[in-house]
Design a protein around this ligand. Structure first.
Ligand code: CMP
Length: 139
């Protein structure tokens, strides 16, 4: 059965340009409840660990540089069918391909500076929630 929690990150491009409030409003309008949230700047080591799955990709260096360039906002979200619902709400990785009304269509700059992250499976949602919130399993 699909889980009811997922992890999002409002990325440095969107946070620095004051889009966090509008993005959170859109997430809440889409039925998500905020379970935990923080504002932080990732270290190079944290960004490398978080995106370890992409470490052989040509964009890995640029991605970790971008993700450490300013503050970001990890958030644990709750809703039925959370992982799939959030991915639909944020839209395609590349904003040029994202559907109208999605977070990335509205707020992303490019395929890399794409405003928001979303977990891609229940397993990764749980792992990513613990990555940012040590207390994630008790929330
Ligand atoms: P995210 O959903 O956080 O997962 C991996 C991230 O890598 C993705 O969002 C983008 O920020 C970035 N990314 C994925 N594909 C590319 C690409 N082709 N070029 C540059 N950045 C990318």
């Amino acid at each position: 059965m699909a889980g009811n929690r997922t992890l999002t990150i409002i990325k440095p491009d969107a946070f620095a340009t004051g889009k966090a409030g509008n993005i959170i409003a859109l997430l809440e309008k889409s039925g998500f409840k905020i379970i935990a949230s923080r504002v932080m700047q990732l270290t190079q080591s944290q960004a490398g660990e978080f995106y370890e799955v992409h470490k052989e990709r040509p964009f890995f260096g640029s991605l970790t540089k971008f993700m450490t360039s300013g503050k970001c906002m990890p958030i644990v979200l709750e809703r039925d069918d959370a992982v799939a619902a959030l991915r639909k709400t944020i839209g395609a990785t590349d904003p040029a391909e994202a559907e109208a009304g999605t977070v990335r269509k509205l707020y992303a700059e490019s395929k890399e500076r794409n405003a928001i992250h979303a977990s891609d499976s229940d397993e990764n949602a749980a792992r990513e929630a613990r990555f940012f919130f040590a207390e994630a399993d008790t929330l």
